[in-house]
Write a new protein. Sequence first.
Length: 150
Amino acid sequence: MMKTKTLVGEFVTGSARETIRLGRKLGAAIDTPLAILLYGDLGTGKTTLSKGLALGLGVKNANDVNSPTFVLVNEYRGRFKIYHVDLYRLDTLSDLESIGLDEILQSQAIVIIEWGEKLARLPESALRIRISDLGDDKRKIEIKYCNSIG
Ligand SMILES: Nc1ncnc2c1ncn2[C@@H]1O[C@H](COP(=O)(O)OP(=O)(O)OP(=O)(O)O)[C@@H](O)[C@H]1O
Ligand SMILES: [Mg+2]
């Protein structure tokens, strides 16, 4: 976890490529199963950052990393098992149950969650990443680490 903490901070990227590169650095620094909650308006770059994260976590083909908007959850294999969840279309709690999110969050996996604000309960520890549109192709990317058990 220590390496991951070193990436906490605020970054500005100027293109989707730069966001992928940042995600890749972050992914490469992750050395333990972890939840990563992504926040940000429609089209700000949550899936783009997820691609980078997956690459940094050892997923070979970035093309495998696509928005799970309709399926709610994708699964990839890198240095860890990776679940990529998109809660945007989540309407009911039973949807959460049907994708087995509680089990997923308790598994020894990296769990990347787009629209983290839709989670009813936050995981004990998580990286929280907020992306904001600064106009044109600029994005502010704020990375925090929260741990309720200290
Ligand atoms: N600096 C940047 N970082 C990330 N994406 C950028 C940047 N500049 C432009 N873009 C573009 O913004 C779009 C981001 O789309 P993406 O699917 O990653 O967003 P999202 O937050 O996952 O959207 P959704 O809310 O629909 O899930 C892409 O078309 C990407 O090329
Ligand atoms: Mg997305």
